[in-house]
Design a protein around this ligand. Structure first.
Ligand SMILES: C[S@@+](CC[C@H](N)C(=O)[O-])C[C@H]1O[C@@H](n2cnc3c(N)ncnc32)[C@H](O)[C@@H]1O
Length: 264
C-alpha cells in the first residue's frame, strides 16, 4: 500500500449523481478496435504492469471464504481474473464484458492457464444477470467508461455478499495522451531500442488514438472523471466501507479496496 486518504466529510447522496453521459460509448471509443492491440500496448506499459502487480499482491493476501465467487466487471482481455485464478484457484470465476474481441483473447488465456470462467458477454446495463452473490468483485478501469458509473457502483454493491470485497482501480483524471505517449516511448527506447520502439509505435497507432478519444470523452463528460475524494465518496454513498485508498498510474487512477458491511 503506498498511501491512504481518510474521507473527512462523508457525503450523503440521495440520488445517483450523473456520471457518464447518455452517449453510446461504443461509437466514441471503439473498445472493439482497441481490443486487438490492447494486450500489446499493456505489455509495453510499465504503469499497467504496476496496476496488475498491486492487484496480485493484494489478492494473494485477501481473505475469502472457501470456493468464493469472483466476478470481474469490464474484464477486458482477462489480465486481472488470471491473477485472481492464480491466487485463489478454488474460486468460481465470472467474466463480464460486452466486447467479443477482448473476450476471445481472455478465453484463450484462461484455457491456457487451465481454469474455467463463465462469460457474460453483456452490456453493463444487464449486470448482474444470472451471476450468484459475489465474494469478490473486481472493476479495473471500466467504471469510468460506463454510462452512469455511480449507479453501476451501487449495483455492484448489491451484487456482493455482506462482508464481501470490491477491488477497483479507475482512471479519474485526464490521461493527457501526449505526455503519456512520450513517457512510454522514452521508456521503450531505453528498454528495447529506437528502431523497435518506432515499429511498436506504428503498430499501436490505432490503440493510441483510442486513448486520445478517452481523453476527449472525459473532457466532454461522457466518461466519468473524478478526484480521489469523489471516487471514495461514491464508494461510501453506495454503502461500502473503504479499507484502502490510493492513487496509481501516474496519479491518474484511483485504487480502492472496499468492503460491504456484514449488517447491510
Ligand atoms: C480499459 S478496458 C479495461 C479492461 C480490464 N479491466 C483491464 O484493466 O485490463 C475497459 C473495458 O470495459 C468494457 N466495457 C466498456 N463499456 C462497457 C459496457 N457498457 N458493458 C460492458 N463492458 C463494457 C470494454 O469492452 C473494455 O474491455
Amino acid at each position: 500500500m503506498t498511501s491512504h486518504q481518510s474521507i473527512s466529510e462523508p457525503t450523503t447522496i440521495a440520488e445517483p449523481p450523473s456520471a457518464g453521459g447518455p452517449v453510446d460509448q461504443k461509437d466514441r471509443v471503439s473498445w472493439w478496435e482497441y481490443g486487438a492491440a490492447y494486450d500489446e500496448l499493456c505489455s509495453v506499459n510499465p504503469h499497467y504492469a504496476d496496476n496488475v502487480s498491486r492487484f496480485r499482491e493484494w489478492c494473494g493476501d485477501a481473505e475469502l471464504p472457501p470456493n468464493p465467487v469472483i466476478c470481474d466487471i469490464g474484464a477486458g482481455t482477462g489480465n486481472y481474473l488470471l491473477e485472481a485464478a492464480r491466487a485463489k484457484p478454488d474460486s468460481q470465476f465470472y467474466h463480464w464484458d460486452w466486447n467479443s474481441v477482448m473476450n476471445d483473447l481472455a478465453a484463450a488465456k484462461y484455457a491456457e492457464a487451465g481454469f474455467k470462467a463463465t462469460f457474460a458477454s453483456q452490456n453493463i446495463s444487464d449486470f448482474p444477470g444470472d451471476i450468484p452473490p459475489v465474494d469478490l468483485a473486481i472493476a479495473v478501469n471500466s467504471l469510468y467508461t460506463f454510462p452512469n458509473s455511480k449507479a453501476v457502483v451501487r449495483r455492484i454493491f448489491d451484487a456482493i455478499k455482506p462482508g464481501g470485497l470490491f477491488f477497483t482501480i479507475d482512471l479519474g483524471r485526464e490521461l493527457d495522451t501526449g505526455s503519456w505517449a512520450r513517457d512510454l516511448i522514452a521508456y521503450n527506447i531505453k528498454t528495447r531500442g529506437f528502431t523497435e520502439t518506432l515499429k511498436l509505435t506504428y503498430r499501436l497507432r490505432h490503440a493510441i488514438k483510442q486513448n486520445r478519444k478517452i481523453d476527449q470523452s472525459q473532457d466532454d463528460g461522457a466518461y466519468w472523471a473524478h478526484t480521489t475524494t469523489e471516487f471514495a465518496t461514491t464508494m461510501e454513498w453506495a454503502g461500502f466501507v473503504i479499507e484502502r485508498l490510493e492513487t496509481c498510474y501516474r496519479d491518474k487512477c484511483d485504487l480502492a479496496v472496499c468492503r460491504k458491511p456484514l449488517s447491510s
